[in-house]
Design a protein around this ligand. Sequence first.
Ligand SMILES: Nc1ncnc2c1ncn2[C@@H]1O[C@H](COP(=O)(O)OP(=O)(O)OP(=O)(O)O)[C@@H](O)[C@H]1O
Ligand SMILES: [Mg+2]
Length: 238
Amino acid sequence: MFASDRYKPFDRQQQFHDSTAKYRLFGGAAGPGKTKALLWEAIQQAILLDGVDTLLLRRTFPELESSLLAQFHRDVPRSWYKSYNESKHVVTWTNGSTTRFGYCRNESDVYQYQGAEFLFIGIDELTHFTLKQWQFLTSRNRCSVPGSVCGMAGATNPGNVGHAWVKALWVDKQPPAGFERGDLYDPRDYDFIRARINDNPIYANDTEYRRTLEALPEHLFSMATGTFLRGSTSTSLI
Ligand SMILES: Nc1ncnc2c1ncn2[C@@H]1O[C@H](COP(=O)(O)OP(=O)(O)OP(=O)(O)O)[C@@H](O)[C@H]1O
Ligand SMILES: [Mg+2]
């Protein structure tokens, strides 16, 4: 599907791309390629269908710049797109579709997207976002182009302000506190693709990096290895 010398998905990334769930979560350990998969999902969807809009988000601009935007500039050749708006961080592809890179530092910053519609919305480090932000963004996930199928995806390590609601929706499969219309929660909409550090062959064989992780204090170790997703009695996922 991604027949490009620029991106050859690892097996777990491919599983993420192949999922047809409305809301996907690529979660767990640090480093299996979650950010890259999110970026390429947006690129793929924008390139496959003419005239659609896609959105990629991080919570703050410095985070956006050092992750999604950095990987975009590194991975994507200039000839692939018509223009890149430096101030708005919007890529216009040669087929007229767009990919917008944004951030929502304050909770209300999501309202900048009121009135916009996106075929695909990808949120990197989803547990940095609040349930309210996620729910508002679901209302922007629509597309009038014939043949389009809308969807959203998150990528995340455990921890942070959104830990509880993300875990409820994708791992425990139940509506989180504050969801309001719990009767409309359908667990089939939520697909959790569990990522482990071994899913990235580069780090799977990097004994020095794994030794560094082992030396981390408990809370940082949990974050890096995704252990919270297995419950409090879990041990390392590595
Ligand atoms: N399919 C791939 N082919 C080659 N390199 C890849 C691939 N996927 C990811 N990488 C590389 O592996 C590294 C980790 O990828 P990425 O930053 O996407 O991981 P992550 O899961 O988002 O990590 P973190 O949890 O730290 O945010 C990066 O250097 C990235 O370029
Ligand atoms: Mg990442």
